[in-house]
Write a protein that binds this ligand. Sequence first.
Ligand code: NAI
Ligand code: MG
Length: 357
Amino acid sequence: MVNSYRIASIPADGIGPEVVDSAIEVVEKLAQTLKTFTIEFTHIPWGTAYYKETGRYVDKNVLEILQGFDAALFGSVGAPDVPDHISLWGLLLAIRGPLQLYANVRPVRIFPGTQSPLRHADEGDIDWILVRENSEGEYCGQGGRSHLGQVWEAATEVALFTYVGIERIMRFAFETAQSRPRKLLTVVTKSNAMRNGMVLWDEVAAIVAKDFPDVRWDKMLVDAMTVRMVNNPKSLDTIVGTNLHMDILSDLAAALAGSIGVAPSSNLDPTRKNPSLFEPVHGSAFDITGKGVANPVATIWSAAEMLSWLGEKAAAKVLMDSVENVCRKNILTPDLGGNASTKDVTRAVCDEIETLG
Ligand code: NAI
Ligand code: MG
């Protein structure tokens, strides 16, 4: 008996459907070729079109629906004619919070055959895992607006940090660092200027570190961290930080690795009580929607992370080896300097799977 998986596919908006289609095609090819597992994708129509029709981005029983699946593969949400905070809170944040997907894992590396904008960085010089706290901080939803329409109109965005929230992401980050050859963790905060929540982060890091004597760790202020990422990328391995800080640093990391079009992410419930959600880091990319040139690698890599999380590590490796071979052959979309289409890359990855599998 081989393992069978049921996956919720939520392509949503912009280039989401283009890149999710591509990832589904290569994963189905992988399953057919390897025959070590079976996988079934169920389309869920949530997104801006659904919102315009029903007034809601997701169904009311979003949790119940997703709990019927082993995992979810998501595209991107956001449309030019809907304010971004409505679409993001309506869909993605409506899933991340209630499912307690508190660990957002964002691996970054330079693929063979591609170039970092950093003059001296080659393949292997950037090989990081960014761990983003995914449930609190500035994105917890606390705050408000008052004196509307007055010149003294005021707004607050409260950054919420809890011991429980910090401790669980810190433990996850130390475990991640421990599982990698270099066993090296950098904790990012801003505990000079932000003297409450960020100081608690530092304190919890020091406490959790005691349980991981084999992990080397250091601390960075977020502003100095941007400089280190650019000037000394080889000094980093696993990185952990707040929701806001890592949102920003992970876009920088993706750009340094060559393109936001190759950056994947996993939204994990490490307790495995709820299904986890896998998605590219990028958004809807209005400027290239419908042109057939979106880079599918970020979503394919996200699907590989999903397979790995589900226990299909060997299959995930075949998939990533296939992607690497395609890059090595210079079959690249325009964001990586090539002229291949989404479909060209998808087809080439399927061919590699057949060769390797
Ligand atoms: P974006 O990631 O959509 O685009 C930024 C730039 O990167 C654009 O020039 C785009 O063409 C390029 N790009 C992104 N993905 C690419 C890919 N796979 N291949 C090639 N090029 C790619 O970010 P932006 O413009 O800030 O946001 C557009 C919309 O997406 C907004 O509505 C925003 O709220 C939403 N968004 C949604 C996210 C999500 O669903 N997780 C994440 C980020 C933004
Ligand atoms: Mg972001």
